[in-house]
Design a protein around this ligand. Structure first.
Ligand code: GLU
Length: 319
């Protein structure tokens, strides 16, 4: 929803707001770190950072913004974009729906009628999306995903091998989900290769600063605002942001859309990205999670940012 020209975010206030929110929520120790992937349980629960990158390439950062962590489910946003570029919207829609589930991210369910996974932001849909990534064999497909990340971030990206192998050896639910989709012809035969690629895309290492630049790239019609490189064809931005808006925050997506009102995606390592179209990208990292898998500090920070910077897409009070 467009706000009039005179509606401008006072960027001069951003550094103070970030510093304030960081010190306010640093003392909040609620939640637990993800432990179903053994390697993720080793993270320092105190890590906390908030970053904003504007579409004109300014970055504001506070806390542990250079700390690397695995991107986890936030990867689903970007791999969905790559699948759209590889196959086009119509074909991708035959394989993955766009309906919110209200269920947990790792639920083993498909749409009763179409047999499609519900949407690309839950595990089933993301595994189906990953299986669509083109390339001759595992290495070429992985390289394409890493190249894609590089465009969004502006530097080389690597996979954390310990997290990848930890996830591969314990990811039985994801394997079961892939087999269910294979049974219904929703993914192709080489499911082990696609599962490996899915685990690798989740194990790519990013910083909170990177998250804000990735989000800002989506906010900036697909062009990285720092390197000026195009990361994604702008015709797919609205597809990506729509599913982020309705499905990005696990089974909290409805409440998030209602209260915070901007497209977002979280991951079990504690990252959140939020996109304010035409204005900025937000990244928050704090590994302490609530029962749904969202970073507790991350949700609080985004809620405050939305209120203080008037970011809710449908906020028209006083306009
Ligand atoms: N790699 C994780 C999994 O498939 C991603 C989960 C998440 O961040 O939601 O379980």
């Amino acid at each position: 929803m467009n706000k009039p020209e005179n509606y401008l975010i006072a960027t001069s206030t951003i550094p103070e707001i970030l510093a304030e929110l960081h010190s306010q929520y640093q003392t909040l120790k609620d939640g637990v770190v993800a432990n179903y992937i053994p390697e993720l349980a080793k993270v320092n629960p105190d890590f906390f950072s908030i970053c904003i990158t504007t579409v004109d390439g300014q970055t504001y950062e506070v806390g542990d913004f250079q700390q690397l962590f695995t991107i986890q489910s936030i990867s689903k946003v970007f791999v969905y974009g790559l699948a759209l570029e590889d196959h086009g919207r119509d074909y991708v829609l035959t394989r993955v729906g766009v309906e919110p589930t209200g269920d947990a991210f790792n639920a083993i369910i498909l749409d009763e009628q179409s047999k499609r996974p519900y949407n690309p932001m839950v595990n089933a849909g993301a595994i189906a999306t990953t299986s669509l990534i083109k390339g001759k064999g595992a290495t070429e497909r992985l390289n394409r995903v890493l190249e894609m990340y590089k465009k969004y971030i502006g530097r080389d990206v690597f996979v954390d091998i310990s997290v990848f192998t930890s996830e591969r050896s314990t990811g039985h639910r994801n394997r079961a989900t892939a087999h269910l989709m294979l049974n219904f012809g929703m993914i192709e035969q080489n499911i082990e290769e696609s599962l490996d690629l899915y685990f690798q895309q989740c194990s790519a290492m990013v910083t909170c600063r990177d998250l804000s630049v990735m989000a800002a790239t989506l906010a900036n019609k697909g062009i990285n605002p720092i390197t000026q490189e195009r990361a994604i064809d702008n015709r797919y931005i609205k597809d990506i942001l729509s599913v982020m808006y309705t499905c990005g925050m696990y089974n909290f997506a409805g409440e998030w859309a209602y209260k915070i009102g901007i497209p977002a995606k979280s991951g079990v390592s504690g990252g959140i990205i939020a996109v304010v179209p035409g204005k900025m990208g937000i990244g928050v990292f704090s590994p302490l999670l609530d029962v749904r898998g969202n970073s507790i500090r991350g949700v609080k920070v985004c809620e405050e940012l939305s209120q203080r910077l008037r970011l809710h897409l449908f906020d028209c009070v006083g306009i």
